[in-house]
Design a protein around this ligand. Structure first.
Ligand code: GDP
Ligand code: MG
Length: 163
């Protein structure tokens, strides 16, 4: 059975960029897999001989401003329910936001394993870049750059060790 890794985070942190980096196949190969929710964005990732399912929750980002909190919570809860591991992305350039904290609470309540990835970290000092995110309570944050691929392989290797 392939583990399912769900990408979670507020809009613009880089979920879709990471999704595209992890999945060369996009939705095509998983479109016919049974039991998958139609309106989610699925792809297949691979490390060595192993593969995993990636879910990008990006399609659920609300465009309207009203009801944003409730909508994000609903989306996150729905998506994480099918995750074997949750990759929680935050934007290290913007820094920690109230919305990140709300999502963190939702993820914590899920009881699922959470890996915190501080994105957009290309060229940054890792310790400084990730320092403020420790308070989210998910242990050491992993600094990555989805756009440049830095730290991504290491993070996925670590997640996959669990399965
Ligand atoms: P999503 O809304 O979480 O899916 O975020 P996107 O993947 O659409 O990315 C939002 C913006 O952040 C886009 O302009 C991306 O090009 C940019 N972005 C994503 N990853 C990185 C990164 O690692 N470094 C930098 N500098 N920009 C990034
Ligand atoms: Mg997106």
């Amino acid at each position: 059975m392939k583990p399912t890794l769900v990408l979670v985070g507020r809009p613009n942190v880089g979920k879709s960029t990471l999704f595209n980096r992890l999945t060369r196949t996009r939705d095509a190969l998983v479109a016919d897999m049974p039991g998958l929710t139609r309106d989610r964005h699925y792809g297949l990732g691979r490390v060595g001989s192993r593969s995993y399912l990636v879910v990008d929750t990006g399609g659920f980002e609300p465009l309207a401003k009203d009801g944003i909190v409730a909508e994000m919570a609903r989306q996150a809860e729905s998506a994480i329910a099918e995750g074997d591991a949750l990759l929680f992305l935050v934007d290290g350039r913007v820094g920690l936001t109230p919305h990140d904290k709300q999502i963190a609470d939702t993820l914590r309540r899920s009881g699922r394993p959470v890996y915190l990835a501080v994105n957009k970290g290309e060229g940054a000092n890792r310790d400084t870049f990730s320092a403020e995110f420790h308070e989210l309570g998910f242990g050491t944050p992993y600094v990555i750059s989805s756009a440049h691929g830095e730290g991504v392989r290491q993070l996925i290797d670590l997640v996959m060790e669990r399965f």
